[in-house]
Design a protein around this ligand. Structure first.
Ligand code: ADP
Ligand code: ADP
Length: 237
């Protein structure tokens, strides 16, 4: 469903973050992107949703060439790709429920959140998602009253209410303890299976990647140095 072909990224500073990336992600596949800090993992994810402009190459999501989009067409394409962030990126002063709804409403929701008028269907869906991620009791709490693991669950619900086909997940467990990290990875894994979502998950923890991904792609200095099943990855790769 997602194909990267000959993708290069060179930052204005001269850093070559990605070199000739070739990658095809089938529908429903959960791919872990591993590699040392500075390998280009964040850059790759950000090229897909165009937070970063690739210097050259092609990135196709189903029939759409993403690198040529702008304006409304880009906004539409981005709706199919939901981000989950390392630091959750919740709005602290809003409630858990409002944070989830913000994923559905986007720009329009910015105004609705002042007027406190949310469509009933969206509220019902947000509540179902909060039940699914285990936080229905917290819906009226402010986001900053939650623990890190709970905040990430809200981040996951906010991504899913967007009804994406692809999840782009940047170091989802980097701020979490090992047990919470496993719970979060298991939850993402299960939700991808339930909803037939493809995912690219940047993760520096190789053991977590092996436990929860269908496929592992290793990046080093902007190049793919491994692409295979979790069991095929040697400890020293
Ligand atoms: P990773 O996510 O694997 O840690 P990054 O994609 O963040 O790797 O970085 C890849 C390379 O690109 C690094 O050399 C980094 O310094 C550089 N880089 C990342 N973002 C920028 C930026 N905004 N401007 C300049 N160089 C950047
Ligand atoms: P990560 O762990 O995801 O690589 P970093 O801490 O390296 O994140 O980078 C944090 C932010 O700084 C990112 O937005 C990244 O694009 C930017 N950045 C990283 N390296 C550079 C760089 N060499 N010059 C400018 N910005 C950078």
């Amino acid at each position: 469903m997602l194909t990267l072909s000959q993708v290069n990224k060179r930052y204005p500073t001269g850093d070559r973050a990605l070199t000739d990336i070739e990658l095809t992600l089938p529908r429903g596949q959960v791919m872990a992107l591993i590699g040392p800090s500075g390998a280009g993992k964040s850059t790759l994810i950000r090229c897909v949703n165009r937070l970063v402009e690739p210097t050259s190459g092609s990135i196709r999501l189903e029939e759409t060439e993403l690198t040529r989009l702008s304006g409304n067409a880009l906004r539409r394409a981005r709706r199919a790709m939901a981000m989950i962030f390392q630091e959750y990126a919740l709005v602290d002063r809003l409630t858990v429920m409002e944070n989830v709804l913000s994923g559905r409403l986007g720009y329009v929701g910015f105004w609705r959140s002042f007027l406190r008028r949310y469509p009933a269907d969206d509220i019902a869906e947000a509540f179902r998602l909060l039940e699914r991620v285990g936080l229905p009791h917290a819906m009226d709490k402010r986001a900053d009253a939650l623990s890190g693991g709970q905040r990430q669950r809200v981040g996951i619900a906010r991504a899913l209410i967007q009804r994406p086909r692809l999840l782009l997940v940047d170091e989802p467990t980097a701020s979490l303890d090992p047990k919470t990290s496993r719970q979060i990875m298991r939850l993402i894994r299960e939700l991808c299976a339930e909803r037939k979502l493809a995912a690219i998950i940047n993760i520096h923890d190789v053991a977590l990647a092996q436990q929860f991904a269908d496929r592992i792609v290793g990046l080093r200095a902007g190049e793919i140095v491994f692409d295979g099943k979790p069991g095929e990855l040697d400890a020293d790769t």
